[in-house]
Ligand binder design. Structure first.
Ligand code: 4NP
Length: 147
């Protein structure tokens, strides 16, 4: 199974920190991290409304800090999961030729689901994003542990 997974979105303050926390809850033995393709929020905790929506479902995002994705990540993780197609394109553009990480979309594990997690920083639908991310985290855990 993939023992190390990196979740990637644009700012690393809404979707990918949530993807990280929910995957960690679902796969406690794996090494999980998150990063943004942009560096605007480096060092900041997840966005307040995102933290509040996650907290309401029992997930604590308060200790996470944003960082930007780097070339080394393509060697340090088995699987890199982009939160939307634009993040995936950005990752493909910076992927080193000798990368070992597999690249995929976070929601690719779900049937009958959208391709992208809509960005709640713009849509303001933090709970809707959480619902999609929660379903996918559970599906990844089932797929990767073969249960
Ligand atoms: P995220 O959302 O990619 O899910 O973290 C965003 C957060 C901040 C910005 C864009 C997207 N921003 O433009 O600052």
């Amino acid at each position: 199974m993939a023992k190390s997974i990196l979740c990637v979105c644009l700012g690393n303050i809404c979707r990918s920190p949530t993807g990280e926390a929910l995957l960690r809850a679902a796969l406690p033995e794996a090494r999980i991290d998150s990063a943004g393709t942009a560096g605007w929020h480096v060092g900041k905790p997840p966005y307040g409304p995102m933290q509040a929506a996650a907290r309401a479902r029992g997930y604590d995002l308060s200790q996470q800090r944003a960082r930007q994705v780097k070339a080394d990540d393509f060697h340090r993780f088995d699987l890199i999961l982009a939160m939307d197609s634009s993040n995936l394109e950005d990752l493909q553009a910076i992927r080193p030729a000798d990368a070992t990480a597999e690249l995929s979309l976070y929601l690719s594990v779900l049937n009958n689901a959208p391709t992208d997690v809509p960005d709640p920083y713009y849509t303001r639908d933090f709970d809707g994003a959480l619902t999609l991310i929660e379903q996918a985290a559970q599906a990844w855990a089932a797929q990767l542990t073969g249960t």
